[in-house]
Write a protein that binds this ligand. Structure first.
Ligand code: TRP
Length: 336
């Protein structure tokens, strides 16, 4: 048999904090499928990270299951990739504690997300929120991931993961792979439909600003129809036309059409027609994911089987790294 070239390892997790938006999908999640084709992948639901802010227990449980189902629904195969729920793999919390002890207070204090979040959650600036990047480093280093697909907001956290890995390796010899960012083909940067100068966000107080991946076609249509545009009545990509630019970029991401082609298609037509076309494209883009999700979410036994099997595999792989690190530090090892 032909010897297979060893694929690079990629790992990424997503927090189960609400349904991801169309922006999350076009900008990142959709790419995970292509990544899964090319690399040896582990993807996970970062539920341990999610409790750095308070969660309602019943809702949280549901969101974890929904996010897991959604990962399968976007096309990730739980037989071919490792698809796990972070809290179901005990090594993550274990290595995170160890890495806490190899991370300096000063370097953690420089994390911009911590600074931002301690302002927005001023009533709950907990130690977990502060130590969050060490848990993320544990996620990555446990699998000896070579590459991590990250958006701009997580770049600093990936850098600190590298610093922690390099520091540990410097003290004890090669233990962890130092991870690199995986820059994927620039996905669409989708802006709010209500305020196109802001990124589309599921935590937007105005629900008209974002399309959730699980919004029904009716809701999607309504939201696009009320999207902010301008008074030019001209479908053209140009500076100052943030609303129209955003709709064009969504339309382009969903249909593969170029901006030139879109301008030609809507020449002489008003925004009404254009908005309906964009909404229809988004509905079609999300339809297969939603269909699969709706089917899976009723197959609870299947989902739980996937979770269990994958947690077992993930535990087995990550345990090797944890054992190696603990041995180097000098934790007691049984002889027999
Ligand atoms: N912190 C990431 C976020 O909020 C989620 C995450 C947790 C992650 N662990 C990770 C991403 C490991 C990449 C690799 O988006």
């Amino acid at each position: 048999m032909e010897e297979q070239v060893k694929k690079k390892k990629v790992l990424s997790l997503i927090q189960p904090s609400g349904t991801p938006t169309l922006g999350n999908y076009l900008g990142a999640l959709k790419n995970w499928n292509e990544i899964a084709e090319e690399y040896d992948c582990a993807f996970g639901v970062a539920d341990l990270h999610a409790i750095t802010v308070r969660q309602d227990p019943a809702k949280f449980r549901e969101q974890i299951r929904n996010m897991y189902a959604l990962l399968i629904a976007i096309g990730l195969d739980p037989e071919k990739n490792i698809l796990f729920v972070q809290s179901q793999v005990p090594t993550h919390a274990q290595l995170a504690w160890i890495l806490d002890c190899y991370t300096q207070f000063g370097e953690m204090s420089r994390m911009t997300q911590f600074k931002d979040k301690s302002k927005t959650h001023a009533d709950n600036v907990n130690v977990g929120l502060f130590a969050y990047p060490a848990l993320m480093a544990a996620d990555i280093l446990l699998y000896q991931a070579d590459l991590v697909p990250v958006g701009a907001d997580q770049k600093q956290h990936l850098e600190i993961a590298r610093d922690i890995a390099d520091r540990f390796n410097g003290i004890y010899g090669q233990t962890f792979t130092s991870p690199e960012p995986l820059f994927v083909k620039e996905g669409a940067r989708v802006m709010s439909l209500a305020d196109p100068t802001k990124k589309m966000s599921k935590s937007d107080a105005n629900p008209k600003g974002f399309i959730s991946m699980l919004d029904t076609p009716d809701v999607i249509m309504k939201k696009f129809k009320s999207a902010v545009t301008d008074s030019d009545a001209c479908v053209k990509y140009a500076e100052g036309k943030d609303g129209v630019n955003n709709l064009m970029s969504i339309y382009s991401a969903c249909t593969g059409k170029s901006y030139d082609a879109i301008e030609a298609e809507f020449a002489g037509k008003g925004y009404g027609d254009f908005k309906v076309a964009v909404a229809e494209a988004a509905i079609e883009e999300l339809r297969p994911v939603q269909d699969k999700f709706n089917q899976l979410i009723n197959e609870r036994a299947y989902l739980e089987d996937c979770m269990k099997q994958n947690a077992e595999i993930a535990t087995k792989i990550s345990q090797r790294t944890l054992d190696k690190a603990m041995k180097k530090i000098g934790f007691y090892q049984f002889k027999g």
